[in-house]
Write a protein that binds this ligand. Structure first.
Ligand SMILES: Nc1ncnc2c1ncn2[C@@H]1O[C@H](COP(=O)(O)OP(=O)(O)OP(=O)(O)O)[C@@H](O)[C@H]1O
Length: 211
C-alpha cells in the first residue's frame, strides 16, 4: 500500500515508488531524497516520468506502491501554468494571498522585482508573453516562502538575465535551508545542483556533477 507522511522539518523522501497509467509503467521503484539545504536536479528524456514523479512528490498523484515523506510547506511550480487569463497579475497575487493566508504581499512584490516583472501587475495574464506567464507561475509557487520547493522546468521561456537571477534565488533559498528539487533539461545548468538524478527506465540514478 502507498503511504504518505507529512512532518514539520523540511524534507522530501521518496522510496520505492511505482506508477503506471493503464498499461504504461512509468515509475519502477524510484527513490529520491531531498534533505534540508539541498538543491537536487532531476533529468531524463522526454516521457521518462519526471513530471509524474514531481506530481507524486507534492501529493497531486497517488503512487501505486511506495512511500512519500513530505515535510514543511510545499511550493509546487507545475510545468503548465494554472492561471486565469482574464485575471490580472495582481488579482492572481490577491487570490493566492487568501489561499496561503498571507498577511501581506511583501514577499510577492520582492519576487516580482527579483524575476523582473514588477511593472506587469495590472496586465491580464492572457496578454502576457510566455516567459512572463512563467514568472508568475514560479512566483505563485514561492510567495508563501515554502520549505520544500518542487519545481518542474521553472525557467521555461526566461531570458538569460532572469535565468541567472532564478539560479541566484535558488542558491539563496538552498543556503537558507530549503529543500529544493528542480526538473531540468539544460545541460549547462547542471553545475548549479548539489546532486543530479537521472530518471531512466522508471528509476533514479545518480549522475556526477561538476560542483
Ligand atoms: N495523465 C496521464 N495519463 C496517461 N499517460 C500519462 C499521463 N501523464 C503522463 N502520461 C505518460 O507517462 C509518461 C511520462 O510522462 P511525464 O509527463 O511524467 O514525463 P516527463 O519526463 O515529465 O516528460 P517531458 O520531459 O516531456 O516533460 C509519458 O509516456 C506520458 O505520455
Amino acid at each position: 500500500m502507498p503511504s504518505e507522511v507529512t512532518q514539520r522539518q523540511s524534507r522530501l523522501r521518496i522510496e520505492g515508488v511505482w506508477k503506471a497509467y493503464g498499461r504504461r509503467q512509468v515509475l519502477r521503484g524510484a527513490d529520491l531524497d531531498v534533505p534540508p539545504g539541498a538543491l537536487v536536479g532531476v533529468v531524463g528524456e522526454n516521457g521518462a516520468g519526471k513530471s509524474t514523479l514531481l506530481r507524486i512528490a507534492v501529493g497531486q498523484l497517488t503512487p501505486d506502491r511506495g512511500t512519500v515523506v513530505r515535510a514543511g510547506a510545499v511550493g509546487y511550480c507545475p510545468q503548465q501554468a494554472v492561471l486565469n487569463d482574464s485575471f490580472t497579475v495582481l488579482q492572481h497575487l490577491r487570490l493566492f494571498q487568501v489561499a496561503y493566508r498571507l498577511p501581506s504581499l511583501a514577499r510577492a512584490y520582492e519576487l516580482m522585482d527579483v524575476l523582473g516583472f514588477a511593472g506587469c501587475g495590472r496586465r491580464r495574464t492572457g496578454e502576457l508573453s510566455g516567459g512572463t506567464r512563467q514568472k508568475l507561475n514560479l512566483l505563485i509557487a514561492l510567495m508563501h516562502d515554502p520549505q520544500l520547493l518542487v519545481l518542474d522546468e521553472p525557467y521555461q521561456g526566461f531570458d538569460w538575465d532572469t535565468h541567472q537571477r532564478f539560479w541566484a534565488l535558488a542558491a539563496r533559498l538552498r543556503d537558507a535551508g530549503r529543500s529544493i528539487v528542480v526538473v531540468s533539461h539544460l545541460l549547462h545548468d547542471l553545475h548549479h545542483f548539489d546532486a543530479v538524478r537521472q530518471l531512466r527506465e522508471g528509476r533514479l540514478e545518480t549522475e556526477e556533477t561538476a560542483r
